[in-house]
Design a protein around this ligand. Structure first.
Ligand code: FAD
Ligand code: SF4
Length: 487
């Protein structure tokens, strides 16, 4: 009899199933190793159990504390899993390992592309253009559709003036069932027994945990929000949790959807006149560009990338407000709101992760490795492979410029332009000194002051550093931010 294929919790879609016998393990001990967002733990268990119910007799479903407890000595096959730890495990178990799946490009494709490039020449946009050209996606012969590979210039608009939301229909929300009810009971029991440590609110479940739900979420995105995705990609409104974002990272990262399915759906919408190119290209770049890119970098940059990267010498431990997702204790409206949303849902859209949470952590010098762990555990779509390049590289510039050529630091003016947060805040984004000085604005200058020696050689930072040198109240701003206890 053929060895069963071990299916991990992020390999739940049809593209991980070739028709043979399957084996799944619900390992509570793995959930207990970290303090996870409760909605994330719920999603993983719900997705595993729904898949097992769908598969019926085709799957052997085992309960265990740890994988090894029930897998040691078994003959197994596996699609190469998605973390350094799980890859070591399946090799230790002697499983027959098939190449990984679930991304547009293969690890072999990337290895070939990266072979003659040093880390400083790994540029996402070049990789993306090559994949576009090779796949022919959004191409007219050798040329990109619309004459450009990138429509960022037309996108990145602020929210409509005076709007409290984008006026779009509510995004797809699944209907919970008996499996979700049982998951909640089990999580309560394990929490009471001290077997798991959870944070954040659980429920109602907001993200797809089954293939049918994932397809419904994709169709809903294409029909109701894709058109606005590009223009408002970087905008935030207090009254709009999702803006025009897809909320598909959860089903993508659970392996319920193949990224190519999402890309094909948005490209089909463009080709039938259902969505503008500027939005469709933006989604294709996020998925075929960024998502594949950070996946490949996870392997390419090595297992110790997070541990060894701290270019800006950031040593401040993450504060309690982050660990406890306690936005209520924070006065800065933008940060308070986003932390509160993460507590409530386990989700925040990209610009909130990058320009509010990441920017705040960068300015304050939070330890990149701690921050990576926090993001991984606190977000419903957090995975070991997605975080290193996004957090250490893009948002904290801790690798010194491999992922992003300059630190993504900005003051309150950017947040004020791209959101309605500042109007509801006790601080003033235009002020860097005084009682109501915005901690993002003042924090920006204090950050530049602290890291100046480390970024002096970066020509993209020449202008901000010239501004810092011209700042008449530089010392006072730095002293104020050093002494700031209330934010
Ligand atoms: C600090 C930080 C932390 C992040 N944490 C995560 C995370 O835990 N899990 C995660 O999947 N993504 C993460 N991202 C990337 C991105 O923010 C999320 O994928 C996105 O916000 C998920 O929401 P969405 O599905 O509505 O995305 P949309 O804005 O609708 O984008 C469509 C899809 O593109 C993909 N995508 C877009 N940008 C990225 C990126 N930079 N890296 C990888 N995929 C991308 C995702 O699959 C996403 O579903 C992070 C980015 C930053 C800067
Ligand atoms: S004023 Fe500053 S702290 Fe307040 S919401 Fe705006 S950017 Fe955030």
């Amino acid at each position: 009899m053929a060895a069963p294929r071990l299916i991990f919790a992020d390999q739940l879609g049809p593209h991980f199933d070739d028709g043979g016998p399957l084996l799944m393990v619900e390992a509570v001990g793995v959930l207990g190793q970290r303090t996870y967002h409760r909605a994330k733990a719920h999603l993983i268990l719900s997705a595993l159990r729904h898949r097992a119910r769908e598969l019926g007799d085709r799957v052997e479903y085992l309960h265990a504390e740890h994988y090894r407890d029930v897998l040691a000595g078994r003959d197994l096959e596996v699609v190469d899993p998605t973390s350094w730890g799980s890859r070591a495990l399946v090799r230790e178990l002697g499983a027959r390992v098939l190449p990984s799946r679930g991304f547009v490009t293969s690890e072999a494709d990337f290895a070939l592309w990266a072979a003659d490039r040093p880390p400083s020449r790994l540029i996402m946009d070049q990789f993306y253009r090559q994949v576009r050209t090779e796949t022919g996606l959004l191409m007219r012969g050798p040329d990109p559709e619309g004459g450009k590979f990138n429509f960022d210039h037309d996108n990145r608009q602020p929210p409509p003036k005076g709007a409290v939301n984008l006026g779009l229909p509510d995004p797809f929300c699944p209907v919970e069932d008996d499996i979700d009810a049982q998951v909640r009971i089990d999580l309560d029991r394990w929490q009471a027994e001290g077997r798991v440590h959870l944070i954040g609110e659980d429920g109602p479940r907001r993200f797809a945990a089954t293939r049918a739900e994932a397809l419904a979420a994709l169709a809903d995105f294409v029909e109701t929000r894709l058109g606005d995705f590009g223009p408002f990609e970087d905008a935030s409104l207090l009254g709009d949790e999702s803006m025009a974002h897809s909320r598909l990272s959860v089903p993508l990262n659970l392996g319920l959807l193949h990224p190519r399915e999402v890309i094909d759906a948005v490209v089909a919408a463009y080709e039938t006149g259902g969505a503008p190119l500027q939005s469709v290209e933006a989604v294709v770049r996020q998925i075929m560009g960024w998502r594949d890119w950070v996946w490949h970098l996870y392997w390419h940059l090595g297992e110790d990338y997070v541990r060894r990267s701290n270019h800006l010498e950031a040593q401040v431990p993450l504060p309690r407000e982050f660990w406890e997702l306690d936005g209520s204790a924070v006065r800065a409206k933008c940060l308070s709101h986003v932390l509160g949303e993460v507590r409530r849902t386990g989700y925040a859209h990209h610009i909130q992760r990058l320009m509010v949470l990441g920017n705040w952590a960068l300015q304050r010098g939070y330890q990149p490795a701690e921050l990576t762990e926090w993001f991984t555990n606190s977000f419903v779509d957090g995975t070991p492979w997605v975080m290193p390049a996004n957090v250490v590289g893009m948002s904290q510039h801790a690798d010194g410029g491999i992922v992003a050529t300059k630190p993504y630091a900005s003051g309150g003016a950017y947040i004020s332009k791209m959101s309605d947060f500042c109007g509801a805040c006790t601080f003033n984004p235009k002020k860097r000194l005084g009682e109501d000085a915005c901690p993002f604005t003042a924090g920006y200058w204090a950050f530049l002051d602290r890291v100046e020696p480390r970024i002096r050689g970066n020509h993209r930072m020449a202008q901000p550093l010239a501004g810092l040198r011209r700042l008449v109240d530089r010392e006072a701003v730095v002293d104020q931010e050093r002494a700031r206890t209330q934010w």
